[in-house]
Design a protein around this ligand. Structure first.
Ligand code: COA
Length: 360
């Protein structure tokens, strides 16, 4: 099993960081304001400059970005905050509510030439206020593994790393698996099957760490995004009933077409039958056939069955994401105690089911 090292502190490896920390210029928190729709181009530019989470390099156009901002739950004029510098968006934070599991997911970034001036702190403070006000019990933040600035900032806010997701990459299409048993059929999704996909996905991931149940409307809206449509999703059905699925995403980065296995899983009653391997290898082969130069995915490092499955399909480990957690029972950082704010019984983590387990 993968050993996680949570003992990392940037100053251990880089004493110069301590000097950088010594004299930050503080930016007033009142520079943070809610997103306005006219910010979309500037926010889009910022996300391209920093990468949405550091290692994602998707080159989507403004129309796609607009469609993502209009997804149900995103509600950017309430949940996204920006700081403008010299007429451009210099930083943002975003709060994605997943209140059915008690959490909000916060993402945050500051333009490289505006860092170490307190923008990140101001944006995080505002995001935590928003998360608290909508009733979240905890906040989770994804940060690229090994990124010292984000690790340092999150630890300054008393976040703790709670989960590690592996990023895995496959550069060669997997060979054809032996045929499915007679009772099963693999096929692409039809355009009217958003409800069936939502029902299967919710059954697969119920109780899995970080999974918030999706409504059919939410799944339908995501299926309408470019590169994520039914043509990139597969069901394995038993007598017409979907029992396993793989939902992929095909997009351009700076070097060409990339495929991502976005969500995949097998209904709990149909596990250990080889259906997961069949549906993932079918979806990955289809991505290569569509021109993808490589296929990637993220998987919870504790999900050993899934990690093994991907390794059998020639996926290799390539970095990953740490998920940090902050309980919201006490005032956020800067307004009171900086002591550990996670209380006993705040959260227990069931073992995840098969699948990447990203938050869709
Ligand atoms: C992480 C990030 C948002 C920080 O933004 P920022 O505006 O530079 O952060 P701030 O100036 O407000 O710093 C807040 C605290 O974070 C810590 N910190 C930030 N950058 C740091 C660095 N390079 N080295 C050490 N500590 C750092 C410090 O503790 C700092 O507090 P201090 O100045 O009182 O010591 C920014 O580096 C970024 O956009 N990174 C890329 C996107 C990303 O990784 N997003 C996920 C973040 S969780």
């Amino acid at each position: 099993m993968l050993e996680l090292d949570f003992s990392f502190h940037p100053a251990d490896a880089h004493p110069e960081i301590l000097q950088m920390t010594a004299a930050p210029q503080i930016v007033a928190t009142n520079l943070v304001r809610p997103f306005r729709w006219t910010d979309a181009p500037g926010l889009h530019d910022l996300m391209h400059a920093v990468g949405d989470r550091g290692h994602r390099a998707e080159r989507h156009d403004l129309a796609n970005f607009d469609a993502e901002l209009k997804l149900p739950r995103v509600k950017p004029t309430s949940n996204v905050f920006v700081i403008e510098v010299s007429g451009g968006v210099a930083g943002y934070s975003s709060v994605y509510p997943e209140l059915d599991i008690g959490r909000a997911v916060v993402t945050i970034a500051v333009a490289p030439d505006q860092r170490r001036r307190g923008l990140g702190r101001a944006l995080m403070t505002r995001a935590l206020e928003r998360a608290r006000s909508i009733g979240a019990r905890m906040v989770h933040v994804p940060a690229t593994a090994g990124d010292q600035a984000s690790g340092a900032m999150l630890q300054r806010f008393a976040f703790s790393p709670v989960r590690h997701f592996l990023r895995m990459i496959c550069k060669v299409a997997p060979s054809e698996r032996k045929g499915l048993d007679g009772g099963y059929e693999i096929r692409q999704l039809r355009s009217d099957e958003a409800s069936a996909l939502a029902a299967l996905q919710n059954a697969v991931f119920a109780g899995t760490w970080g999974y918030s149940a999706n409504t059919p409307e939410e799944v339908e809206a995501r299926l309408a995004l470019p590169g994520r449509g039914p043509a990139n999703a597969y069901f394995i059905c038993e007598a017409e009933k979907p029992v396993a699925y793989a939902w992929s995403h095909l997009y351009h980065d700076a070097n060409g077409l990339i495929g991502t296995v976005y969500m995949t899983g097998v209904h709990p009653s149909y596990r250990r039958l080889g259906l997961g391997e069949s549906v993932v290898s079918g979806a990955v082969r289809a991505l290569f056939e569509s021109g993808a130069g490589q296929v990637d995915l993220e998987v919870d490092s504790q999900n050993i069955l899934a990690v093994n499955l991907y390794e059998r399909l020639a996926f290799t480990r390539r970095g990953g994401t740490f998920w940090y957690e902050l309980g919201l029972r006490q005032p956020p950082w800067g307004q009171g105690s900086r002591a550990q704010v996670r209380g006993p019984g705040d959260q227990t983590y069931p073992r995840p089911a098969l699948g990447p387990g990203t938050h869709p």
